[in-house]
Design a binder for this molecule. Sequence first.
Ligand code: COA
Length: 532
Amino acid sequence: MTVLRTAVDPAAPEYAAHRAAMLEKLAALETEHAKALAGGGEKYVERHRKRGKLLARERIELLLDPDTAFLELSPLAAWGSDYPVGASLVTGIGTVEGVECLITANDPTVRGGASNPWTLRKALRANEIAYANRLPCVSLVESGGADLPSQKEIFIPGGALFRDITRLSAAGIPTVAVVFGNSTAGGAYVPGMSDHTVMIRERSKVFLGGPPLVRMATGEESDDESLGGAEMHARVSGLADHYALDEPDAIRRARRIVARLNHRKAHPDPGPAEPPKYDPEELLGIVPGELRTPFDPREVIARIVDGSDFDEFKPLYGTSLVTGWASLLGYPVGVLANAQGVLFSAESQKAAQFIQLANQRDIPLLFLHNTTGYMVGREYEQGGIIKHGAMMINAVANSRVPHLSVLLGASYGAGHYGMCGRAYDPRFLFAWPSAKSAVMGPQQLAGVLSIVARASAAAKGQPYDDEGDAALRAMVEQQIEAESLPAFLSGRLYDDGVIDPRDTRTVLGLCLSAIHTAPVEGARGGFGVFRM
Ligand code: COA
């Protein structure tokens, strides 16, 4: 029997407590997501509509095939920064004429759609996703270009945006730009570098310099239309391939362009899959509000994989890490999930072997995080925990099959790296509202700082201020706790979004489908030297 059994009891008081804690976190996140949806706020949304224009998400909705999903990415970008949540850009994956595409849309209601440092990070992340998964890119452009007060943060690194468009094109990944309004100065290179461009009558403005700048530079008198209007670009400069009459017409034309791309997926859709045997609603009651209490990740696996069917690998060895094979919406996956939190030598070696097997078989890997890191202490150091942890990190870093990471609970220390944290290039990384990630837990970090400060005072022969120490510890703990939370990390683009646990299967299924646009091929060698 490989169908997982469950010990979750929805009538148990701890289940109710876990669920209540999760629902509270979800409600708080909902408020933050609503900020992204509100864009620049009522005044600017109203003004935009009065101009007869569609909002960014309405443009996306019209572009997509009716009743198909849109997997929005990084909606909390810029959270906790001085810039509005969402970073004035919408990005995500959706289906256009049956083709999964990476779609970006500037939000012109937020500071004229200008790009701030977080907009840039979000756009670059979207390009990375398109490149790794060979997804055609459709850019719905209307932007005031660089956010001028923050130009020093974006001007030089921002050149990568235009570089990416042409590199995507060179790699045979189609790029389409639909210009709804302003796309001036550097922004002009979005249509300029794209394979296909659509411009809209009396709406698109694509020029390197507008009339005031031209007057300053050369003394020439000009106007928007003759410098960069859709009609001029369609009839005279040739930059516009399509001259649309209005926004819906432009979107219709973009759909026709995608329909004719002849862009084929490397792997066919696997067809219908058996749903899990257990209710995904129960995912709310598994992770404890207090992460110190362990939970069995098989309960999560049982609610996200097809038929709750899981062939566990080495179940008797390195039991703090669960590894095994399953399928998710028909796609084969190898799952690595932390069980008791800590990674020991056996877990690390088991992970390294499992990752190599997945590479030999071309099977994508799914990492479910709940780890406090690799074990410390004399016994473990002497047992070689560094070299064994290094084996796991070596295997993750050099693995070539696509990786998906979901932070369910803790993701601390080098455990975050071994479990394919952000720096290890998972194709997608999501967090549950219960997740926390940092170099170590807040209490441990504050404690370490205090021990170091005490030792430093002793070395200088100075008395140690115990009262000050308690206050400092409390302050540090609070700061690290705040910096470990999912909204904060998502704001910094350290994940691709914070998701409702109940959506995990759907989100991962959409990712796996997108991933299979590109060939899935494991590394047949090419790992670093494994220290034995
Ligand atoms: N950087 C920073 N803030 C910008 C900005 C930019 N590039 N473009 C617009 N904004 C701000 C405006 O100051 C305004 O702020 P406020 O509401 O606090 O007054 C807000 O965004 C909305 O701009 P507004 O001009 O009222 O909107 P609009 O829809 O009428 O016009 C633009 C939008 C983009 C056409 C116009 O703002 C513009 O020309 N901006 C400068 C474009 C430019 O030269 N960019 C440099 C490219 S490298």
